[in-house]
Design a protein around this ligand. Sequence first.
Ligand code: UDP
Length: 196
Amino acid sequence: RARTGLWGVRVDGMSMNYALSKVRGRLLSRAPSAMIVTANALSFYRAKKDPLYREIADSAWLTLPDGAGLVWALKFLGVPVVERVAGIDFMHGLCRLAAVENWPIYLLGSKPEVVSAAAVELERLYPGLKVVGYRDGYFNDSEDQDILQSIRSSGAKLLFTALGVPKQEVWLNRNLPEMDGVVGVGVGGSFDVISG
Ligand code: UDP
């Protein structure tokens, strides 16, 4: 898989199905917690100017190209990339897999009524899926320990953060090491889309 990148950020130019199989392998092997970034052209532009975001995106376990323009640009630059992996599609793919594999999921972010509606809708869409916890994305740093405790005791294996870029990646980068074998993905506005 491609590990070359753009503006100092590595891109994994793999298909969505391959990325899903990587997550499955990782969770089955009980590996340490890891982050997936779905990055669009704006994220890369941000990375160019924001060293912390660049470092996080570059060192994430997987950085997937979310955006048709980005995929076009990467191909133009000769970076091998199979297809666009949109954050929202990837989240649906992960939830479908989570329902089959019995991986509990946790949703963190968006407004309270949005995240609760997204939890209900995901369980409706994917019978067997367990949303073991959720919480809105309007909190301050002093609440991190509380949230961490809630995620840890929920037993979640997949954690979706919808706090906007780069907050969702910064939060995961800081807090994932305190979790036990969790795969975390920043999904931007996806809860808003799912909740309708
Ligand atoms: N959001 C949040 N906490 C914040 C800021 C944003 O939970 O402090 C949520 C917001 O409600 C929305 C999601 O993050 O559901 C994505 O926000 P936005 O569209 O602004 O970010 P982008 O996807 O453009 O990075």
